[in-house]
Design a protein around this ligand. Structure first.
Ligand code: NAD
Length: 226
């Protein structure tokens, strides 16, 4: 269809965020025993317009049947495939301080048939932390990163080092062959075009929240501008 070229060129990051939301909604519908859904229903639950739902899905092809809506199971599987969640992903954490340890402690990285992220390695540079075992994984020195990435096919790294060390640690991840970084350090990383970075920043969220509390008449725009 006409949108095919667009898929290869550019897709709004907001669309990818909404696909993750649609996938969660579809998963919940499926768990509730619902077999069919519509762009109206997805839109209502995602708090966007049905037009936006159709536009987001159209980047990736045709789903559902005109007037009949979508089969929940099929669309859920399609979104999983598009997002790459039908395979497993191996993850390392760089920086085993407060945040790194909390992330290593998180029990929800995999859910049967829905997503499968495997924590495979923990890294630091502090001799006091290297050799410690956390959640069954021994903390290694960053110098050993490349070997683990090669041996265990590591796909992504969580970056939880102090901000002034973030670029160095990112460079180490990239040199080791990692193509995706979940960056918790509050800084913009310089990476090549073949490396994806997702920024996670709860402090930024608090600052946006302060703005919206003070400006309740300014609704956050959840959809693309027409
Ligand atoms: P921390 O000081 O407790 O831990 C940092 C760890 O990184 C230490 O163990 C240190 O030895 C290690 N380290 C330093 N340089 C390294 C390197 N080059 N390679 C590997 N390890 C290295 O810090 P924290 O409180 O856990 O915070 C970590 C980062 O996360 C900071 O950048 C902080 O600003 C950020 N942070 C982000 C969020 C968020 O929402 N995104 C929330 C809290 C903290």
């Amino acid at each position: 269809m006409a949108q095919t070229q667009k898929t290869e060129l550019s897709i709004p990051t907001a669309t990818i965020s909404r696909l993750v939301t649609y996938l969660r909604i579809l998963t919940n519908l499926e768990k509730s025993g619902v077999n069919r859904t519509s762009s109206d229903q997805l839109a209502e639950e995602a708090q966007v317009s049905a037009f936006q739902v159709r536009k987001d899905l159209a980047y990736f092809g045709r789903f559902g049947t005109r007037g009949m809506g979508y089969t929940v199971l099929t669309l859920r599987r399609e979104l999983q495939r598009i997002l790459g969640l039908n395979r497993h992903w191996n993850v390392v954490i760089i920086g085993m301080g407060r945040l790194g340890q909390a992330l290593a402690d998180y029990p929800g990285y995999k859910e049967n048939n829905l997503y499968d992220f495997n924590l495979k390695g923990l890294f630091d540079i502090d001799p006091a932390k290297i050799g410690m075992t956390m959640h069954g994984i021994t903390v290694s020195h960053v110098n050993d990163l490349e070997q683990l990435v090669r041996e265990q096919n590591i796909d992504m790294g969580f970056l939880t080092v102090p901000v002034e060390k973030a670029q160095d640690a990112a460079d180490a991840l990239i040199k080791a062959g990692i193509k995706g970084i979940l960056n918790f350090a509050p800084t913009v990383l310089e990476v090549g075009e073949d490396v994806a970075v997702e920024q996670v920043d709860f402090m930024a969220g608090m600052k946006r929240l302060a703005f919206y509390i003070l400006n309740p008449h300014l609704k956050a725009l959840k959809e693309d501008e027409e």
